[in-house]
Design a protein around this ligand. Structure first.
Ligand SMILES: Nc1nc2c(c(=O)[nH]1)N=C([C@H](O)[C@H](O)COP(=O)(O)OP(=O)(O)OP(=O)(O)O)CN2
Ligand code: ZN
Length: 161
């Protein structure tokens, strides 16, 4: 039966400060790699995050996922943990992982999945760190044979798993 796959995106903005610094590098190496972004007192961003879920439409509700539920999860994962925070000092994950936008996307992805009733619906976390620097993450690589052949959503694995 015809059951369309639909992508739904929620866009939010939060503010945080950080300093790019790796515990695996010496101070000299950190300065060389991260340059001005390694400045001891850090700097801030207004991060724009786009969360995309993807899946079939529930025929009774007409929704892939209720936006009200998605908003609550984003509030718990992003706003309460990251907004107006110092990423390096306030978020455990960044104590040993440099607070690059790549790592931020992975952090948000993993924590959204933990909070979702149907984590397989999460399709993409896209972050604009600045207007020019954009990172997107679609989860770990899933081999072709483990993907759902009916769906084009990369993270919905097949029933035969
Ligand atoms: N691979 C990555 N490289 C860099 C990241 C990152 O997250 N991943 N982040 C930074 C800095 O945090 C930084 O704040 C970016 O600043 P900047 O390069 O100044 O930002 P713009 O590109 O928007 O500014 P322009 O000066 O106009 O180029 C650095 N690298
Ligand atoms: Zn920065």
């Amino acid at each position: 039966m015809y059951n369309p796959i639909v992508y739904l995106t929620r866009k939010e903005t939060f503010s945080a400060c950080h300093r790019l610094n790796s515990t695996y590098l010496t101070p000299e190496e950190n300065l060389e790699v991260f340059g001005k972004c390694n400045h001891i007192n850090g700097h801030g961003h207004n991060y724009v995050v786009e969360i995309t879920v993807c899946g079939p439409i529930n025929q009774k509700t007409g929704m892939v996922m209720n936006i009200t539920e998605l908003k609550q999860i984003i509030k718990d994962v992003i706003f309460s943990k990251l907004d107006h925070k110092n990423l390096d000092k306030d978020v455990e994950f960044f104590k040993n992982n440099p607070s690059t936008t790549e790592n931020l996307a992975i952090y948000i992805w993993e924590n959204l999945r933990k909070s979702m009733k149907k984590p397989e619906l999460l399709h993409e976390v896209k972050i604009n760190e600045t207007e020019k620097n954009i990172v997107s993450y679609k989860g770990p690589f899933i081999p072709q044979h483990k993907r759902n052949h009916i769906s084009s959503c990369t993270n919905i694995s097949s029933d035969s798993d």
